[in-house]
Ligand binder design. Structure first.
Ligand code: WTA
Length: 651
């Protein structure tokens, strides 16, 4: 990390907003002043201005039982109504909500009126299938309009969705369905990926077969038309939607009604079900989407490239943009199929003006060369956003110059599944931006950088990133595990004055601006996706060949980090199989258990692992090996020769 810090310290380029941009900007410095004046009143104003309340709230925040927060508690709202009907009633029914672009090139423009109509029918289907307010519905879909429609239909009836990324395996799906006791799964026959059909339904069948389950029905969207096996619990989406009434009245639900659970990796083997509720969440996603992305809903075409299976897709594909009445692109495919200019072709086709993506994608395009984006007309782009991992200054500059034509401001947005919405980011019409820095908390959010003892580090120093005051879109808990919620996030700096520990390292520069430095725990960040070292280790160890395993996130030029595993194989298997075979079997095993995103880039077969006297694996030393560095301090090892042994086996 020290190399990175030195590098960042030398970054002196600055970009002030142009007068043209600043003059038309939605987010102004007045927001900071108002929030500083009265933080809670500021958020109450946002909640009233940005959302429609079926019953207005009178209380803003209840923090009498920290860390369990309640925002706008006595207010009632319907999240889906806020994203749909109210825009239609305001005369924007003909505005395009989604420009859907399928991987094979099929496309479909869906207006707010059409989207509202579809969601109403889908909501009626859910009710017909016995789904009630508070019930959990699992959604396992490709990036197609039905993913957004399903989420909104669940929200509309006050139920709770749990979206599971389509790249997760049947096992991951099963454990998430079980943990939340879902009553319904919404899936598709398949999706298109890299020019091929990827079936989805078989994973759902596998997840539900042969085990007791709370799932009563599986609703199947026909996307790819591939053959699917059929059971008594299965229903076709199109048949069901055609069979119900077109009208559906959205009732108001309490602001703290759960909206969704989203599973994310933590430091232990078991993914955490992060719980978000309605009123505070929608307030902060709408506020940040509007002000950080400078959204002018009448003229902008917005595109966030994240999948709805991740928090970025929840907050900045489904809820933020639709709450704000935006027109957006929804893309099913990948950046490089059928050609490496696919994204830029889409920007040109829809005249995308705001693009929100991840550093890993930017670095991949950098590698391919600027001639590819330069082959398309990108002049519509006027604002660029980044999320998911620290963006290195080179990638930031390339993004600005090559994609943004040297004029579009770049905003680097720091936040997490747990925070629900953007927490740290420049405001594009206000902030003088610095390549590589997320910079400043958004108005109304309180951030600090502390040392291990909980003391503010001061300008020019590094430490741990902390949120010091509750915020509207904060997680309300871990599904079914309040103890873990408290331990994981709120106890590090004492129970007296609970502060939220994010798990990220950060540095304050001389101006007090924040530079993110990556995770300080055993969570890896691979292509902007969070993966737990412990989860992959337990998957490796669950294979009968493996005696022991340790996983580290090693630096990778494109993906930020890559999964590198060190395994000890039982002697009998070593005699029987080649290293290549063992490595292939273990890679396939992890893919099958967790999903392709967790598949190790490299697996080293070793006969020892570096441990402390108390038996804890010292991952830092393995990271040195994985990154090809000199081995660091080995004095805490129980057996100081072990690193030599490991290095010699690898040669
Ligand atoms: C990392 C994604 C640096 C960070 C929205 C965080 C970032 C984790 C940034 C959350 C950024 C996200 N700069 N690091 N702009 N954005 N991260 O839950 O380590 O998938 O803790 O949420 O991603 O990942 P998650």
């Amino acid at each position: 990390m020290s190399v990175q810090i030195d590098h960042l310290l030398n970054e002196t380029r600055r970009f002030a907003p142009t007068a043209d941009f600043a003059n038309q900007a939605i987010g102004t410095s007045k927001l900071y002043a108002n929030a500083a004046d009265d933080r809670l009143e500021f958020w109450a104003d946002q909640a009233r201005d940005l959302l429609h309340w079926h019953k207005p709230f009178t209380k803003v925040l209840d923090w009498t039982n920290p860390p369990f927060a309640k925002w706008f508690e006595d207010g009632h709202l319907n999240v889906a109504w806020n994203c749909l009907d109210r825009h239609v009633l305001a005369g924007h029914g003909d505005r395009v909500a989604l420009y859907f672009e399928g991987e094979p090139g099929d496309s479909r423009a869906i207006t707010y009126a059409e989207l509202t109509a579809e969601v109403k029918r889908a909501a009626n289907v859910l009710t017909k299938l016995g789904v009630q307010a508070g019930d959990r519905v699992a959604i396992y879909l490709p990036m197609i309009p039905e993913a957004v429609i399903s989420m909104l239909a669940v929200a509309r009836i006050g139920a709770v969705h749990s979206v599971i990324f389509g790249g997760f395996s049947a096992e991951s799906l099963r454990s998430r369905i079980d943990d939340a006791n879902a009553v319904l799964v919404i899936t598709a026959d398949g999706g298109y990926r890299k020019g091929r059909v990827t079936p989805l339904k078989p994973a759902v069948d596998m997840a539900l077969t042969g085990v007791p389950t709370t799932v009563r029905n599986v609703l199947v969207v026909k996307r790819t038309g591939n053959e699917v096996e059929w059971t008594d619990r299965d229903l076709w989406w199109h048949d069901e939607l055609a069979s119900v009434d077109a009208e559906h009245e959205a009732e108001g639900f309490p602001a703290e009604n759960p909206l969704f659970i989203l599973y994310t990796s933590g430091t232990t083997g078991k993914p955490k079900g992060i719980l978000h509720t309605s009123g505070g969440y929608l307030t902060q996603v709408a506020f940040t989407h509007k002000n950080v992305f400078d959204l002018h809903p009448e003229t902008d075409v917005y595109w966030c490239t994240a999948d709805v299976g991740w928090i970025t897709g929840h907050s900045y594909v489904t809820y933020g943009p639709l709450a704000n009445g935006a027109t957006q692109v929804l893309f099913e495919g990948t950046p490089d199929t059928p050609h490496p200019g696919r994204w830029w072709e889409i920007v040109e086709k829809y005249k995308v003006s705001i693009l929100y993506t991840a550093p890993t994608a930017i670095r991949t395009f950098m590698k391919l060369g600027r001639q590819i984006p330069q082959g398309f007309d990108l002049s519509s782009l006027r604002l660029l956003g980044s999320v998911g991992e620290p963006i290195n200054p080179e990638a930031w500059m390339w993004y600005r110059e090559v994609i943004g034509g040297n004029v579009a401001p770049v905003v680097d947005t720091w936040w997490q599944t747990e925070t629900g919405a953007i927490m740290i980011s420049a405001l594009p019409g206000v902030t003088v931006t610095k390549p590589g820095a997320a910079q400043v908390p958004i108005p109304g959010v309180a951030i600090d950088v502390l040392d291990e003892a909980g003391v503010h580090v001061g300008h020019g120093n590094g430490g741990l990133l902390v949120v010091t005051e509750p915020w509207p879109s904060m997680l309300r808990g871990i599904w079914g595990d309040p103890e873990r919620f408290i331990e994981t996030y709120w106890e590090k700096f004492g129970e007296e004055n609970p502060r939220y520990f994010a798990g990220d390292g950060a540095r304050l520069d001389e101006d007090g601006d924040i530079w993110l430095l990556g995770r300080v725990d055993d969570v890896m960040n691979v292509s902007g996706h969070r993966l737990s070292t412990a989860e992959i280790e337990s998957s490796l160890v669950s294979h009968p060949m493996t005696a022991e395993a340790a996983v580290v996130g090693a630096h990778d030029e494109t993906t930020g980090q890559a999964v590198v595993a060190f395994v000890i194989i039982k002697y009998s298997h070593l005699e029987e199989s080649s290293h290549e075979d063992i490595q292939a079997v273990l890679r396939a095993h992890v893919t099958q258990q967790i999903g392709a995103i967790a598949r190790p880039r490299q697996i080293f077969i070793v006969n020892e692992l570096p441990k402390t006297r108390s038996g804890k694996i010292i991952r830092r030393l393995l990271q040195d090996v994985a990154e090809g560095r000199e081995i660091g301090d080995t004095t805490t090892l129980a057996d100081t020769s072990v690193m030599q042994v490991i290095k010699s086996t690898l040669r």
